[in-house]
Design a protein around this ligand. Structure first.
Ligand code: COA
Ligand code: MG
Length: 326
């Protein structure tokens, strides 16, 4: 282990994160009553410029008046390149009473972007005499943000999670995305032309590098990596496949842009009963091993060691959180 100890962000369930446009107040109660672990009220790109002030007022009212239960509640503020951002931060914190958990910062490019919002949030919180410190969710969705992703991840003690914003990332990098967060039929390999058999075309995942890069930066800083949107909300199989591959790479949650995607995200990002049982068995076996002075032992013919304990502990803790969330 390195002498550098990575402090993990507060352990919140973040299997599903529902996006709700701040301009559509009629959706808020449904979002609060639904099964998403986290809800973010959007003041940014789902809201047209003329609607910005109204969306901000809606979000403030919703934070104050709606019972959000045990959900993590977030607001996506406008980008630092807009003149909406300062008022998003100031008004939302000043005019709410401590229920807000997180602020989502879109299109983060440099550590200084995070620093600037931290400074503003800190001033408002101090002026209001708040003890609770609002955490940050950062969307990695530009070439600049990805180029600086490690520095960005470490830019504030408020940072809790990194999110892969696939649509803006494609626009920023000029990648040829065909559907938001979906696969691209142009991205693949054709099998060899040797021999006379037919050649196969194998689709690849054009987001593999970007998600992996973000996952490593997030984990190295103790943050949660979260996969972003999948636009075709009627395609449950497509959503599940993309959520599974993000989870396989280390993400612990995915956005839902429609209520129909929440259960899918929760399902993919929850450990199965079998996995939890196995994790408990690993912990028991390791406890026995440690009592008898062994560092590595076998369970069902497979090696388990100290690294297995860490994984097993994380899984058991998550399973407990899921039960507690109901
Ligand atoms: N949060 C809460 N409830 C939502 C919702 C959301 N994001 N999106 C839809 N619903 C509700 C609808 O109001 C409807 O409720 P009802 O059955 O009581 O009438 C139900 O879920 C089914 O919705 P549906 O009619 O299928 O969708 P829609 O046409 O109303 O909306 C979208 C489709 C994509 C416009 C909408 O889901 C949306 O705005 N999503 C968020 C987009 C966003 O925030 N993007 C920015 C981040 S990428
Ligand atoms: Mg975006």
């Amino acid at each position: 282990m390195s002498f550098t100890i990575v402090e993990p962000a507060p352990a919140r369930l973040n299997r599903s994160e529902l996006a709700v446009p701040g301009s559509r107040a009629e959706l808020f109660e449904k979002a609060a009553a639904g099964a998403a672990d986290t809800v973010f009220l959007d003041l940014e790109d789902a809201v047209a410029p003329d609607d910005k002030p109204r969306a901000r007022r809606n979000a403030i009212e919703a934070i104050n008046d709606i019972d959000w239960g045990g959900k993590t509640l977030s607001v996506r503020i406008n980008g630092l390149d807009t003149h909406y951002m300062y008022r998003d931060v100031v008004d939302v914190i000043e005019q709410t009473h401590g229920r807000l958990d997180l602020i989502m910062i879109p299109k983060v490019g440099t550590p200084a972007d995070v620093y600037a919002v931290d400074m503003l949030v800190t001033q408002v919180e101090d002026a209001m005499g708040r003890d609770k410190r609002i955490g940050f969710e950062l969307i990695v969705e530009t070439a600049l943000g990805m180029a600086n992703v490690e520095a960005v991840a470490n830019a504030s003690r408020r940072n809790e999670s990194l999110h892969f914003g696939v649509a803006d990332y494609a626009a920023s990098t000029k990648a040829r995305m065909t559907a938001i967060g979906g696969p691209n039929p142009l991205y693949g390999v054709l099998t060899d032309s040797d021999g006379d058999g037919p050649r196969d075309f194998h689709w690849g995942d054009m987001w593999h590098f970007a998600i992996s890069r973000m996952v490593v930066a997030a984990r190295a800083a103790g943050l949660r990596p979260i996969d972003g949107p999948f636009g075709d909300f009627r395609d449950a199989d497509g959503y599940r496949a993309q959520a599974n591959r993000a989870a396989a790479l280390g993400c612990e949650g995915k956005w839902a842009i429609h209520p129909g995607q929440i259960a899918l995200a929760n399902e993919v990002n929850s450990p199965s009963e079998k996995e939890v049982t196995q994790a408990k068995r690993i912990l028991e076996a390791m406890e026995e091993a440690q009592k008898s002075g062994q560092g590595a032992v076998s369970l069902d013919g497979r090696l388990i060691d100290i690294a297995s304990i860490k994984q097993a502990e994380v899984m058991v803790r998550k399973a407990e959180q899921i039960v507690a969330a109901g």
